[in-house]
Design a protein around this ligand. Structure first.
Ligand SMILES: *Cc1c(COP(=O)(O)O)cnc(C)c1O
Length: 425
């Protein structure tokens, strides 16, 4: 007897709670059975170009054989071990490899599980650092329109809005610098230091690119100015490279655009090539030294069950090995394709502010009801999906952030879909 086929759609509707999903109105989710390169394949055999790297994680391509092999090999050798009092080669090799590639001075690596926890660790390092110094510095400074994750500390430093409203009363106070795309953030930081300088523990930024805040590019010279001011006033600068790390914006890290080194750097998303959840928070030796003591109270009291999971470390090492000159050339090819499409996309009806940073291209659509809840996103998402392209607009912002294996034909198909959508409206 043939067993009945598993009713994935029915069981999903009965038992699963999806992220950022209003189950009362959305279409049922698409079941994906396998993925390869830049494509997702559904049960009916349809192939979908993953133009957003499955929420910004897939780096080289889906099912990249080198990473899959490294994971399988590691799973057979050492799948997990407590990371307090024990260590293992994949974690140590990875820490060394990240330090070699990171901006100068970031010599210590703390592992965790996702972008939000990488940010929590960064905030805790900065806050505890000042307690060790015997100074009452508690204030965190963050940018307007920032996004740093969904846990409480990460939400606190993120822009307040529909994502955070239900929790507003439980979020800690943050000082805001204005939007770095349009405004004088450096001047605003100088002003803030003049009034509350002795309170400021750290400044946290998404270098060069406000990601979830609308894929908005901000200038390298403003980032340089923030680094200069924070250095001068001994304020910890945290660079959240959870999205921008590992080549998304061209160079390996977005800080390289401004030739700056932060005091703390958060990495996740693409760190394992997009295979398994993982994150790292890098810090300077000076910060680490403030915690190294005979006094147990100076311990960094943070850790997760799966800290430095060996399988994740092996995946990350395999992914780093793939970030070679060939990968850099592929990223440049994607950037050239994006740049060549700017003219055509800018000329489309209702399209404005087309921008490119490395492998990212974004544009804004003119709509009457602006913001994340604007109706344009779902409409374009289903329009594109019907044509075999995965897009997920952020409000009225449409963007591509494709895996590095994407070809010029794949990209052309995504540009075409955006063009058809705007012309047909
Ligand atoms: C996605 C993101 C985060 C949060 O990462 P998660 O893995 O979703 O917790 C933090 N910072 C930035 C800049 C991000 O884009």
């Amino acid at each position: 007897m043939i067993p009945p086929a598993f009713d994935i759609d029915g069981a999903d509707q009965r038992h699963v709670w999806h992220p950022y999903t209003q189950h009362g109105i959305v279409d049922p989710p698409v079941a994906i059975t396998r993925a390869e390169g830049a494509y997702l394949h559904d049960a009916s055999g349809r192939a979908v170009f993953d133009a957003i790297s499955s929420w910004w994680v897939t780096l080289h391509g889906h099912a990249q054989p080198e990473i899959a092999a490294a994971i399988a090999e590691q799973a057979r050798t050492l799948e997990q071990v407590i990371f307090a009092g024990f260590t293992h080669e994949p974690a140590v090799r990875l820490a060394e490899a990240l330090v070699e590639r990171a901006p100068a001075g970031l010599t210590r690596v703390f592992f965790s599980d996702d972008g939000s926890t990488a940010v929590e660790v960064a905030l805790k390092i900065a806050l505890q650092h000042w307690q060790h110094r015997g100074e009452e510095r508690r204030l965190i400074v963050a940018l307007e329109n920032a996004y740093h994750g969904d846990t409480f500390g990460a939400m606190s430093v993120s822009a307040r809005g529909v994502f955070t409203d239900p929790f507003a009363s439980h979020l800690f106070e943050v000082a805001r610098l204005p939007d770095p795309v349009a405004d004088d953030v450096a001047g605003a930081l100088e002003d803030l230091i003049a009034s509350r300088g002795r309170d400021i523990a750290a400044v946290i930024v998404e270098p060069m690119l406000l990601g979830a805040g609308g894929m908005r590019v901000w200038p390298a010279d403003k980032l340089q100015a923030l680094r200069a001011i924070t250095s001068r006033h001994d304020i910890v600068l945290i660079a959240d490279e959870v999205l921008t790390g590992f080549g998304r914006t061209g160079p390996l890290f977005a800080c390289e655009h401004a030739r700056i080194a932060p005091d703390v750097m958060c990495l996740s998303k693409g760190i394992t090539g997009g295979f398994v959840p993982f994150a790292a928070t890098l810090a300077t030796e000076a910060l680490f030294d403030g915690f190294r003591s005979a006094d147990r109270k100076r311990t960094l009291f943070h850790g997760h069950s799966y800290t430095a999971n060996p399988i994740a470390c092996a995946a990350a090492l395999a992914s780093l090995a793939l970030l070679d000159a060939r990968s850099a050339e592929r990223r440049r090819a994607i950037q050239r394709a994006h740049e060549a499409a700017v003219g055509r996309l800018s000329a489309l009806p209702g399209v404005h502010d087309v921008r490119v940073l490395g492998t990212m291209i974004a544009l804004d659509l003119t709509v009457s009801d602006r913001g994340y809840l604007s109706g344009i996103g779902p409409a374009l998402r289903s329009f594109a999906l019907e044509r075999g392209v995965l897009l997920r607009p952020l409000g009225d912002t449409v963007y591509l952030l494709p895996p590095y294996c994407s070809t010029s034909e794949d990209l052309a198909r995504a540009y075409d879909v955006i063009a058809e959508f705007t012309e047909g409206r």
